[in-house]
Design a protein around this ligand. Structure first.
Ligand code: DAH
Length: 337
């Protein structure tokens, strides 16, 4: 029996020393209720009175020994597992980082924001309007009734008979008058659409910024002063502006506004095609019919409006000769601004 116990001890130890030993299984096999040690103890009845305490003590010793070795093995296994886990999670802080490529804002967005900031500085508020618009706001409310020839010059895309993609941001004038009482001082940037084929200077979608000011006693002088401040901030302190008579249905009088060429300063160069001037926007005094349709009494109030194409400003400012470059999203092009 003594040998049997020694054998159990040796066997248990050798199993415990094996790599990835299943500790629970070893415990059950040697120490469990039906385990090997228990079955030895059961056979103790057959022993003599002198042998019994000796074997009993030895059995206890073996049990204690195996228990201790099991506990050690459990600690060792846990430590090994931790080590493996740590090795897997090792972080080499000396490795070079992966670079994040930071993009840039599109030149159209940059210029739009610049323009917005200039007008915000003069106390203007930014308002928004829908791109899918009623023909009422795009034309009728802007003194351009059905069959008016001016509708032809701004042919656009129709969703239904009376819903279209707006051809100008001027619709926001009419919308603003409907829900805002004077004094009004707003600008409204956004996309507009025209049924034009794509070429170097045309696109079926482009961007405008509309401006509208309505108050008591607003005159053409206010319009000129406002646009002059805008032009000097936008194109440089020496910039001059020039008004040329024009016609827009929603303003009277109307003008096209030029700025002195910011490359040659007015001498004439390639950019201004020898003119010395560059056309940048349309403007005028808000037509009494437009005020009336917007619910504002033209006997009490007057106002001015202007509309500017953002693409045109971007192209002139950066000397870009093909509008399509602005929409192709070629990073090599866009990175330059
Ligand atoms: N909406 C005009 C266009 O797209 C531009 C314009 C001209 C806007 C005169 C105005 C204005 O507000 O007063 O051609």
């Amino acid at each position: 029996m003594k040998e049997k116990l020694e054998q159990i001890k040796l066997e248990a130890v050798s199993m415990l020393e094996a790599e990835n030993a299943d500790l629970e299984q070893i415990r059950i096999r040697f120490l469990g209720k039906k385990g090997e040690l228990t079955s030895v103890l059961r056979g103790m009845g057959a022993l003599s009175a002198e042998e019994r305490p000796v074997i009993g003590a030895l059995a206890n010793e073996v049990r204690q020994y195996i228990e201790e070795r099991l506990a050690d093995a459990a600690v060792a296994q846990k430590a090994k597992e931790n080590e493996k886990k740590l090795a897997k999670e090792k972080l080499d802080v000396t490795l070079p980082g992966s670079k994040i490529k930071i993009g840039k804002r599109h030149p159209l967005s940059q210029v739009q924001e610049e323009i917005e900031n200039i007008f915000i500085g003069m106390g203007f508020e930014i308002v928004d309007g829908p791109e899918v618009e009623y023909d009422y706001y795009n034309f009728t409310a802007l003194n351009t009734p059905e069959n008016h020839p001016a509708r032809d010059t701004q042919d656009t895309f129709y969703i239904t008979e009376n819903i279209l993609l707006r051809s100008q941001t001027s619709c926001v004038q009419a919308r603003t008058m409907e829900h805002k009482a004077p004094p009004i001082r707003v600008i409204s940037p956004g996309r507009v659409y025209r049924s034009d084929a794509v070429d170097a200077t045309h696109s079926p979608m482009f961007h405008q910024i509309e401006g509208l000011v309505i108050d008591k006693g607003i005159t053409m002088g206010d319009l000129k002063g406002t646009l002059e401040i805008f032009a000097k901030n936008m194109f440089g302190a020496d910039t001059k502006i020039r008004f040329r008579p024009h016609h827009f249905p929603f303003t009277e009088p109307s003008a096209e506004v030029d700025v002195s060429c910011f490359v040659c300063g007015g001498e004439g160069c390639r950019l201004c095609k020898g003119e010395g001037w560059i056309e940048i926007l349309g403007a005028g005094m808000v037509h009494p019919n437009v005020l009336r349709m917007g619910g504002i009494d033209p006997e009490v109030y007057s106002g001015f409006a202007f509309g500017l194409g953002i693409e045109r400003v971007v192209m002139r400012r950066y000397n870009i000769d093909d509008m399509r470059l602005l929409y192709e999203n070629d990073v090599r092009f866009l990175e330059q601004f």
